[in-house]
Design a binder for this molecule. Structure first.
Ligand SMILES: *Cc1c(COP(=O)(O)O)cnc(C)c1O
Length: 425
């Protein structure tokens, strides 16, 4: 459910016409809907006990206005770097609602997170446990820790976004979990507070979650018998969203909640979640203009001003995004089949093959749906294309929440080596 709809044949984000934003900021741009972000957060949160902490996974969409919108609803943050820590704090997320995930946290990152007093470190290896204990002990504190265990469950999602199998780099191998908890219990700078699991992203069935969570509950029983205080259970993120109209939708958050309340309801732990895509994915679109159309006899190409550097998901994960025409005043026009491509010099710069769309011409606008998560955050400047703007809509207002940098600003990032300056003289 989102707030991008046609009004009299033209696409709106909440109360704002996409054409109006395109005129004001130019194309391409990302556009996010506040009402959709808030709705997704609240739909996710409402079936759980009041003390449940929803730590929005900042890496899905880290624009500070997006994080701030969610923080005002009460969301915490799941971060994977000190950069994301600073963003979350800048957006108004209190430190005691922040959890820190990731396999490669560096000593300076651990130290800064300790200094600001984050809620929890999700530790992913024995080496990290020692590093964190040393840093905390030196500061005379004990770091609140959950061990991220790897339950060896196949999330049945795309190979590049599955994280809970033994061969994946994430989490503590199942067989080592108990001995690492024993070690954590002995280390001076560690305070065990809970357990953490995250098995992957864009998971579209409940059974991998069920298998993983049942294993974790069993582990909690064993750890408690061994004397550990497990007062929090962090179940990660990963619940999928509908990307393709007409496909069977992934389980509704209410079904997911029923499963969790059934499996962990009796543990008497605080529940923590780290949803990213579910909150932000369908709350954003990418708007792009047609530069040219091109026929090669067999195929029609729609050449857009957006490219793989702006939205890499199709190139990276073979991801599908529904693409719609911003102006669709005559829905009865016969559809035309296009290969939808960007201008970047890579064959992978192809958004969609043989996509049926209304007939389009140069200067027309199209929108990629479900582009709010893992879109702008993965953008780059390949082909010397500046990062594209991000726009946040609220009701009948919109604001550019990240402006388009100038080409001069992009070129100004480089510094000429001094010996090259000399030869130029
Ligand atoms: C990426 C990630 C998430 C968020 O995953 P979604 O599929 O976007 O919900 C949560 N926790 C961890 C540890 C992650 O790496």
């Amino acid at each position: 459910m989102h707030h991008f709809d046609y009004i009299r044949g033209t696409l709106y984000a909440e109360g704002v016409s996409i054409n109006e934003i395109a005129e004001a900021v130019g194309t391409p741009f990302y556009c996010y809907s506040s009402a959709t972000l808030e709705r997704h957060y609240n739909v996710f949160k409402s079936p759980f006990p009041a003390d449940t902490l929803i730590c929005y996974s900042v890496k899905a969409n880290s624009n500070t206005s997006v994080i701030a919108t969610l923080a005002r609803q009460g969301a915490g943050a799941d971060i994977v770097s000190v950069g994301e820590l600073r963003r979350a704090l800048a957006a108004g997320v209190p430190a005691d609602r922040i959890v820190f995930s990731g396999v490669g946290k560096q000593p300076e990152e651990l130290a800064e997170a300790l200094d600001v007093g984050i809620y929890q470190f999700n530790v992913e290896s024995e080496a990290e446990l020692h590093a964190l204990s040393d840093i905390a002990d030196e500061k005379g504190v004990a770091a609140p820790v959950a061990l991220r265990v790897n339950p060896d469950v196949d999330a049945k999602t795309h190979a590049k976004i599955t994280t809970g199998r033994t061969q994946d780099k994430f989490g503590i191998p199942w067989a080592q979990a108990e001995s690492l908890y024993a070690l954590a219990g002995r280390l001076p700078g560690i305070q065990i507070v809970g357990i953490d699991v995250h098995i992957g992203s864009q998971i579209t069935a409940l059974d991998p979650f069920e298998a993983a969570f049942l294993r974790v509950v069993e582990m909690v029983g064993r750890l408690r018998k061994q004397g550990h205080d497990i007062s929090r259970i962090d179940l990660g993120g990963g619940l999928g969203i509908p990307y393709k109209s007409g496909n069977t939708p992934p389980p509704h958050p209410d079904e997911y909640a029923a499963l969790i309340n059934r499996i962990v309801g009796d543990l008497k732990t605080q529940i923590i979640f780290e949803p990213g895509r579910l909150i932000a994915g369908n709350a954003g679109i990418l708007v792009s203009r047609v530069i040219y159309t091109k026929e090669n006899g067999e195929r029609s190409f729609l050449i857009l001003d957006a490219a793989m550097n702006d939205l890499i998901r199709p190139a990276l994960y073979d991801a599908h995004h529904d693409i719609i025409a911003v102006d669709n005043s005559d829905p009865n026009l016969p559809l035309h089949t296009y290969d939808v491509v960007g201008p970047v010099c890579e064959t992978a710069d192809t958004f969609a093959k043989e996509r049926a769309l209304p007939p389009l011409k140069a200067r027309d606008l199209v929108a990629f749906l479900s582009a709010g998560a893992y879109g702008a955050v993965q953008a780059g400047t390949y082909n010397t294309r500046p990062l594209i703007p991000e726009v946040l809509v609220r009701g009948d207002r919109f604001s550019v929440v990240r402006p388009r940098p100038s080409l001069d600003a992009l070129l100004g990032l480089d510094v000429m080596a001094p010996w090259l300056e000399e030869t130029a003289k």
